[in-house]
Every structure is written in C-alpha cells, then in structure tokens.
Design a protein around this ligand. Structure first.
Ligand code: CP3
Length: 358
C-alpha cells in the first residue's frame, strides 16, 4: 500500500444490501446499474408459485416462514431482479391483531365484521398495536431466511397505508370508490382519525418486524389513495401515512395508483425517499412535479405486458429515458404484475434494463 493512501481509500468497496443499486437509488444516487423489480413479482404469474400454493390458504402461506421465504425468492431466481419483495399481504398485520379476515381468491381481503360505526372503531382501536409486534415472529423468521439467501441483494419490506387498509376494513371487502371510508372522514372525523391512527401503528409494527429482521428498504402501498381529493388527502390521510413510515430507519418508498394530483403531497414532507408513479403520468412529468430531492419508481404500463415484444421494448426504453430526468430512478411497473402475465416477458424486461444502463 503506498504510504500516502489512507485506510479509507484502500478499504474494499462496501458490499451487502446497503450498497446495492436499489438502496442507493432510493437514497438518490445514480448508479451504473438501473435497479428493477416488480410489484407482485411473486404470485400467480409464476407456475412454481401456483404449484407451491396448492392446498394452502393465502394468509396461512404468509404465516408459514419457510413457505413465505421460498415464494419471496422464486422471482429473484427466475428474473434476476435487483430486489426481493417480501411475500405477505397488507392485511397480515390485521390478522396478527386478531381481526377476522380472509383473502378470497380472485376477489381480495374480506372482513367478517366491517368497522363502520363509532362503537366498531372504539372496539378495534382498543387492541394494542404492540400485539402485532408480539405475534409477528413468523414474519421475522421468514425475513431472516430470505435475507440469508439473498446475500448482497436487498429485501424490500412493505405495509399497507392506513387509507388503503381502511378502504377494505370499513367496507368489509373490496370496493370501487371506497365510499364508506371516505364518508366516515366527513361524517365522523373523530372516529376516522382514531381508526387511521391505529392502522398507522399496526402497519408501523409490521414494517418494524421486517426491518428488525433484516429488510433493507420498505414500501408503503396506498393503492387506493387516487380516489381521494387533494383536500381530503391532506386533512385525513397524509398525517397517518407519515406516522406509519416515521422512524423506520431504512430507505422508504411510497406508492399509489391514480395519484397524479397527489404526487407532491405523497413526498410526506421528506418522510418518503422515493415515490412510485402509476402508468398514467410520464416519469419526466412526475419528476418535474416531485422536484429534485426525491427518487421516482415506475412506471411500465402492466397492460403492455401482453403486447408483442417490440412494443414492450419501445415502451420500456421510453420509461427509462423519461426516468433519467429524476435524481434517480427505480424501474418497476405502474401497478402489480397481472396474474396472467407471461413471466418470460418480465425476465426480458430485466435483461433490457440492465443492458440499457450498462
Ligand atoms: O410480490 C409482491 O409484490 C409481494 C406480495 C404482495 C401481495 N400482496 C401478495 C398477494 C404485496 C406487496 C401485496 C400488497 C397488497 N395486497 C396490496 C397493495 C398492492 C396492490 O396491488 O395495490 C393490496 C391492495 C392487497 C390486497 C389484496 N390481496 C388483493 C387486492 C389481492 C388479490 C386478490 C386476487 O386473488 O386477485 C390479494 C391477494 C394476494 N396478495 C395475492 C398475492 C400473491 C393473490 C393470492 C393468490 O395467489 O391467490
């Protein structure tokens, strides 16, 4: 070692997930490799997933550590993506809190007892969110298995944002416009804030379980936030989403669908490091609105996954070119992988992204 070089200069480049392209991009660095992963990369688009899930209910699969770990790893092996996303569901922490919920195939989360009245809310918020942390051992066990297998690749943990969870819980199941949750905000703001505040603590505990066990980044899914006006988002939703993410000490991504009008607010005053954009807003326009202090994620149109390859390729190249105007870009879809997607198309997109950025 020449005497002039310091220990720092000659230290080997840091390895491990915190030096990965994904984590650095969320933090705002432009890396020589464009990181790419897909929302819902684990799941029904993969034959190996469908085979493994035979005979096991969705939420039971989520709470069986070896199974959840294996399902998380399947798309990483197959596609060569730059991150795993933990296989679980936004309603898992509610199940851990003792709430009766099932996931109906082809439909989504269904609750035995919808939370609609002030007394329903009072009953549910009496459950201590710490109970979620205590019951989350299968989550921590699964995350540890995955992190051990991933090596230098990062695992993304996730949770549902309070509004998207409430959209299911107040309705009792999936809905198009989330009318009951949005009505509660105005009809009984006190109950709404009690419920959303509780959901924020529950999702926070779920994120904590994943980061404590080794997840290197997190994403908060507010999939249905696009149904809100800007005024309602600011008054009734953003403070609770911020609380769900506050104090999580990994880089943080915040995602919603149909949120062009909410993008600036979705930065959550700096609590989010990256914002996920759906396919409706070109990334250069999103970056102009979001400003220079935040990373963008997205925004391949999931519908185009069914188009001929030359169409997909042109679209992906356009997304990458537009993403170049943000401080950093994570390539992803604008929403989840549709279940009938040919997985080979996803593998080709990963290869293309890495080739373009090399
Ligand atoms: O690969 C990944 O992205 C990780 C796993 C993941 C799942 N759900 C697995 C899952 C993640 C991140 C979620 C989050 C989730 N769950 C969201 C937010 C993301 C989004 O898509 O907007 C929402 C809204 C839910 C609620 C939910 N759970 C829905 C709407 C459904 C689909 C119902 C259906 O059958 O179409 C689920 C079930 C679910 N969650 C599946 C998977 C793989 C399908 C279950 C199956 O295989 O039968």
């Amino acid at each position: 070692m020449p005497p002039s070089s310091s220990v720092v200069d000659s230290a080997p480049a840091p390895a491990g997930p915190s030096a990965s392209a994904l984590v650095r991009a969320i933090r705002g660095e432009r890396t020589d490799r464009l990181p790419v992963w897909f929302m819902r990369q684990a799941g029904r688009s993969l034959p190996e997933y469908r085979e493994l899930r035979v005979g096991t209910h969705m939420l039971d699969a989520c709470l069986t550590p070896e199974l959840a770990a294996e399902i998380t790893l399947q798309p990483v092996r197959r596609h060569g993506v730059d991150a795993g996303i933990f296989f679980s569901d936004i309603v898992v922490p509610l199940r851990l809190a003792g709430i009766a919920v099932e996931i109906e195939p082809g439909r989504g989360p269904v609750f035995t007892d919808p939370v609609r009245t002030a007394s329903d809310v009072a009953k549910i918020v009496a459950v201590d969110p710490e109970q979620v942390a205590a019951a989350a051992q299968p989550i921590r066990d699964a995350v540890r298995i995955v992190v051990g297998e991933l090596g230098d690749l990062p695992l993304i943990g996730f949770a549902g944002a309070p509004f998207t969870l409430a959209a299911y819980l107040v309705e009792g199941g999936p809905s198009k416009e989330h009318l009951r949750a949005r009505a509660m905000m105005h009809a009984d703001p006190e109950s709404w804030h009690a419920l959303a505040g509780w959901l924020a603590r529950v999702s926070h505990a779920f994120l904590r379980a994943q980061t404590d066990a080794g997840a290197s980044a997190v994403q908060l899914f507010d999939s249905w936030a696009g149904s809100l006006s800007v005024a309602d988002y600011r008054a009734f939703v953003a403070p609770h989403s911020r609380a769900a993410l506050a104090g999580i000490d990994t880089p943080r991504i915040h995602f919603g669908v149909g949120t062009a009008h909410l993008l600036r607010d979705m930065r959550l005053d700096g609590t989010a490091d990256a914002v996920g954009v759906d396919w409706r807003t070109p990334l250069d326009e999103a970056a102009a609105v979001l400003g220079p202090d935040i990373t963008v994620q997205g925004n391949i149109d999931p519908a185009l996954l069914h188009a001929p390859w030359h169409v997909v390729e042109a679209h992906v190249r356009d997304v990458i070119a537009r993403g170049a105007s943000a401080r950093a870009h994570i390539l992803n879809l604008g929403h989840g992988v549709p279940p009938d997607t040919d997985p080979d198309v996803l593998t080709r997109i990963v290869a293309l992204a890495h080739e373009v950025s090399a």
